[in-house]
Design a protein around this ligand. Sequence first.
Ligand code: PLP
Length: 375
Amino acid sequence: MRAAELFIEKKLDERRLAGNYRALKPESTLVDFCSNDYLGFAHSAVLKSKIDNEVKISGLISNGATGSRLLSGNSNYTDELEKYIALVHKSEAGLIFNSGYDANLGLFSSLPHRGDTIITDELIHASIIDGARLSYANRYIFKHNDLQGLEDKLKQAKGNCYVAIESVYSMDGDTPPIGEILKLTHKYNANLIVDEAHAVGLYGFGLIDEHLQNQVFARIVTFGKALGCHGAIVLGSNLLREYLINFARPFIYTTAAPVHQMAAIKMAYQFLKQSLTEIEMLRNNISLFKQKIKNNSTYPLIKSDSAIQCVVLKSNEKAKAVATDLQNNGLDVRAIVSPTVPIGGERIRICLHSFNTAEEIILLTNIINELINVG
Ligand SMILES: Cc1ncc(COP(=O)(O)O)c(C=O)c1O
């Protein structure tokens, strides 16, 4: 065997031994308690027909974009869509990326430079960590939602300083004290960047409303979660948009998404404006879950008001065993194991949706309550 293959085998064996080997699973037919499709948009026949109609009436006939947006891949439709989305979010401008991962990678790798500082919450998404790593800036991490910890790091910051948070954290589902964090970033002349990936949907177009948006340096909104599509936008000033077009490598060196994907995004935005009933149904399901789940001091429920609810089971084995039990009962709940979460933080992560029925949620909570009480 070649040395490279020996290396691969060793790394995979280490993963198996640690109980965190990753493998692709076939499509699930179980009740969805794990996807980001919070409002059911990804499978909505009504939205699908709106998208088909939009593609037809707008004459979006190409199958592929044919190149990077800086070469042959741009379209008037995409330019207009960026203006429309910026308007919806009350932002001066926006730039669409092929995914949320690309958006964060592009923003955080290109903007902070050597001598600058990036400060992130310890639970920040991997795409921001990866972007920050590519930037050569100084990097600091503060304890989750810890204002004192953030202030300590702000005091040490040099150069231009960027603070990154999520408005709903993807792993814990909780929301940071955004107002307090903004006050601190103002005090230390730092720039706040907020990833709204999991806030859009339950909280309409996000938690950074018109009062806050002028004070935030940039926002990232992803289209692959509650909007049921794919892609993302960085919202900010015209200047920032021009900068990213010039320097963000995940924007520059990639084929643009096909224009029918843009039609899907536009229709999903319009659909969200009309989806007050679905948002209400999601809120009711979150309340029902929280009402029925018993908090257990050994295996605590992480405090969250969002569609993401986690029971911490403290080991890969326990998290996987509980997830398997739930799956055997027809409920698609996934274990989140280390190293995705820190050791001791292994959990089952439940994503609630507008389309989950009360019966499904009661079955889910009954089984979890029983499994974690028997130890
Ligand atoms: C907070 C957050 N930001 C960014 C991303 C990446 O978005 P995408 O899935 O569109 O690449 C995710 C996806 O998991 C996320 O949870």
